[in-house]
Design a binder for this molecule. Structure first.
Ligand SMILES: Nc1nc2c(ncn2[C@@H]2O[C@H](COP(=O)(O)OP(=O)(O)O)[C@@H](O)[C@H]2O)c(=O)[nH]1
Ligand SMILES: [Mg+2]
Ligand SMILES: [Zn+2]
Length: 308
C-alpha cells in the first residue's frame, strides 16, 4: 500500500488523473464512494486543481480525502439552477479571455466572473483575444474596453495567436503558478495554450454545444504543464454565469473601484442606487467609475430581486 498527496489535473469522467505537482507524472485514481455521496449542492465533488490524499495498491488508486481548498471558482449555469459547479480549485490567477468580436464579449457576463474572482480572492487578468481580426477596424473600441477595466484595476493584455502578440507576456505571467483560462467557447483559450507551449495539444475549434451541457462539461477541464514553467487549466466555454454565495448588500464590495469610492458615501450601508450623498454615483458622474461597470452592478441587483 502506497499513499500520498497529489493534485487533480483532469476529470476523465469515470476516473481522475493525478500528479504530484510540480512533478508531471500522471496516474489514474477513482473517488472513494463516501466522498462521492457527501456533497449534493455542487455537481462535482472534486475539481481540477484540488489537492487530494490517495491510497494505491495492486487494485488501483483511490482518492480518500480532498484537502482544504485555498480558493475555488464556482458558478451556477443560470441564476435559477440550484446546483452549482466548481470550475477549478487552488488557482493562483484567472485569465478571463474575451474577444471584442467573433464572439462579441458581453460585459455583464465578464463582470459577473470578475465579481466571483474578487469574492474568492483570485487575482484576475483580462486577455483581449483575436486582436488581429479587429485592431484595424475598431481601435476606439479596444481603447474603450481597456479604459473600462484598467480603471477598475485589472491588467488587460491584448493577444493574437497568428501574430504572436501578448504571448510572451502571458507566458511570463504564468510561470511558476497554477493559472485558469476561462471564457466563452470560441474566444481562443485552447489556441492560446498551444501558442504558449507548442508541444501541448489542447483541442482547438468549435466544441459542439451538446457537450457543454450536463455532466460532460466537467470532463473538459484539464491542466497542462507549460515548458516555460507553471500550469494552465483549459476549460470549456462558459455561457451562463450565475453568482453563488454573494448577498445583495455585498455585491458592491466585489467591484474594487466601487469599494474604494464607497468610503465616501454619506450612509452606511449604501446601495449606491438612490441614496443622497452617494460617493459611488458621484464617481460615475465624474467618469472615475465607468458607466458600463456601474450598469453591470445595477443589473446584478435587479437579478437578485428576481431570483431570490
Ligand atoms: N484570427 C484569430 N483566430 C483565432 C485566434 N485564437 C483562436 N482563433 C480561432 O478561433 C477558433 C476557436 O479557438 P479555440 O482555441 O478552440 O477557442 P476556445 O473554445 O476558447 O478554446 C479556432 O478556429 C481558432 O483557430 C486569434 O488570435 N486570431
Ligand atoms: Mg477550448
Ligand atoms: Zn453609495
Amino acid at each position: 500500500m502506497r499513499s500520498g498527496e497529489a493534485t487533480v489535473v483532469k476529470n476523465a469522467g469515470s476516473h481522475y488523473l493525478l500528479s504530484e505537482l510540480p512533478a508531471w507524472d500522471l496516474f489514474p485514481a477513482v473517488l472513494r464512494g463516501k466522498i462521492r455521496l457527501k456533497e449534493n449542492v455542487v455537481t462535482n465533488p472534486v475539481a481540477v486543481g484540488d489537492r487530494v490524499r490517495y491510497q494505491a495498491d495492486e487494485d488501483g488508486c483511490v482518492i480518500t480525502d480532498i484537502l482544504p481548498r485555498r480558493n475555488y471558482l464556482i458558478r451556477r449555469s443560470t441564476n435559477l439552477s440550484r446546483q452549482a459547479h466548481i470550475i477549478a480549485a487552488n488557482i493562483d490567477r484567472a485569465y478571463l479571455i474575451v474577444s471584442l468580436y467573433f464572439p462579441e464579449v458581453k460585459l455583464p457576463f465578464l463582470d459577473r466572473i470578475l465579481v466571483t474572482c474578487e469574492l474568492y480572492g483570485i487575482p484576475a487578468t483580462i486577455v483581449l483575444s483575436k486582436t488581429d481580426l479587429y485592431r484595424e477596424l475598431a481601435p476606439e473600441e479596444i481603447a474603450r474596453f481597456r479604459s473600462i477595466y484598467e480603471k477598475a484595476g485589472y491588467p488587460v493584455i491584448e493577444a493574437s495567436v497568428p501574430e504572436g502578440t501578448g504571448i510572451e507576456e502571458i507566458r511570463e505571467s504564468c510561470r511558476g503558478r497554477v493559472n485558469l483560462f476561462s471564457g466563452e467557447s470560441g474566444v481562443g483559450k485552447s489556441s492560446l495554450i498551444k501558442a504558449l507551449d507548442p508541444t501541448l495539444d489542447p483541442k482547438i475549434g468549435a466544441i459542439s454545444t451538446v457537450h457543454l451541457q450536463g455532466k460532460h462539461t466537467t470532463s473538459l477541464y484539464e491542466m497542462y504543464p507549460l515548458c516555460s514553467g507553471g500550469f494552465v487549466i483549459d476549460s470549456p466555454g462558459i455561457r451562463g454565469f450565475g453568482l453563488v454565495d454573494v448577498e445583495k448588500e455585498e455585491i458592491a464590495r466585489y467591484f474594487p473601484e466601487m469599494l474604494q469610492a464607497a468610503e465616501g458615501c454619506r450612509f452606511t450601508p449604501c446601495t449606491h442606487t438612490h441614496e443622497p450623498g452617494c460617493a459611488v454615483k458621484e464617481a460615475v458622474d465624474r467618469g472615475l467609475i465607468s458607466p458600463e461597470r456601474y450598469g453591470s452592478y445595477l443589473g446584478m441587483l435587479e437579478e437578485d430581486k428576481k431570483f431570490r
